[in-house]
Ligand binder design. Structure first.
Ligand SMILES: [Zn+2]
Length: 326
């Protein structure tokens, strides 16, 4: 049993190395900001922050973790001194951690297992007791900076740091951020690692493309799941920390790859298992799901995770209300 476990771990690490070659950029959900906009549009207390002054970034002394060499701090919601709102800041900057912030860094010897420094900071791979990546820690990091900004009386950076914390938590609700493929698929294809890499990449990228397409098309059943006031994953009073919340998000999402994978085979067709290179489905052929279709089942499976995207995001914001003091 022990030997089997050891072999499984070695296999997993080897697989990650090879899979990482394909995942040079890791995005998690497609369009965090737009997806988040439906989640937070009815949070009334956020609307009290409707007259925030855009302030310069003055946190170098406390924001000590490295930024990627190509990262440029952008102000997309106006110029310094202009007015904005909390909802605008959150939805504009929920995508910011994907804007080269975490790319091109040397953080850990293990980062190669997650496709580089961005993957290392945005994922939390797990098999058995092994965990690789610091997604949950990064969520806590940005959350703590939001508190510091709030203590400085700086609403703008309070919400901008919270947007980054939200990004991290949301990434961890994406099942392929917890494990690259179902273990059965890994074992079945282990002899042909190049093929396995391409197959896993095709599943990973096509789910994200499809999710982005449905949000962009404003699919009403998807938007209603995001807007729904579904129960928090854990009681607000029992939440220990944002890092814990990130780990919990991944732990409950990881096994979902076994649900998504076969549905992707059925919905996208055989090409998604193309082992010879990257393949994307043709967006122009996809409309909304009809009753009883495979697409409807696939939607349900993705919406299971998007429900978490919504409830984990709302819980983080309510927790911030108490801990940050909003
Ligand atoms: Zn990300």
């Amino acid at each position: 049993m022990k030997n089997f476990r050891k072999r499984l771990i070695v296999l997993f690490i080897l697989t990650c190395i090879f899979l990482s070659l394909a995942f040079s950029s890791v995005y998690g959900w497609n369009s965090h900001g737009e997806t988040l906009s439906y989640v937070i549009e009815n949070i009334d207390w956020l609307k009290n922050y409707n007259n925030i002054t855009i302030t310069p970034y003055t946190y170098k002394d406390v924001d000590t973790e490295l930024y990627g060499p190509s990262f440029q701090m952008q102000f997309l919601d106006g110029n310094i001194g202009d007015k904005t709102t909390a909802i605008n800041v959150l939805t504009t900057y929920a995508d910011e951690p994907d804007w080269d912030m975490d790319k091109g860094l040397t953080l850990s010897k293990l980062q190669m297992l997650t496709g580089g420094s961005q993957g290392f900071r945005h994922q939390y791979y797990g098999l058995g007791f092994i965990r690789i990546g610091i997604g949950p820690e990064r969520a806590q990091y940005w959350f703590d900076l939001a508190k510091i900004a709030h203590d400085h009386g700086d609403d703008y950076w309070t919400f901008r740091f919270l947007a980054r914390a939200l990004h991290q938590i949301e990434d961890l609700t994406q099942p392929y951020h917890g494990v690259p493929a179902p273990i059965g698929i890994i074992l079945k294809n282990i002899k042909s690692i190049g093929t396995l890499t391409n197959i896993a990449s095709n599943h990973h990228y096509n789910i994200e493309e499809y999710q982005g397409q449905m949000i962009a098309m404003k699919n009403p059943s998807w938007l209603s799941v995001l807007k729904e006031n579904s129960p928090f994953p854990v009681e607000l009073g029992k939440l220990k920390s944002i890092e814990w919340l990130g780990k919990y998000a991944t732990d409950i999402s990881r096994s979902r790859v076994r649900v998504l994978w076969p549905l992707e085979n059925d919905f996208f067709g055989e090409n998604v298992n193309k082992g010879t290179g990257l393949w994307y489905y043709d967006k122009s052929t996809v409309k909304f799901a009809t009753t009883g279709s495979v697409q409807e089942k696939y939607d349900e499976a993705i919406l299971w995770s998007l429900k978490n995207f919504a409830s984990f995001s709302r819980l983080l914001l309510e927790y911030a209300r108490i801990k940050v003091g909003l």
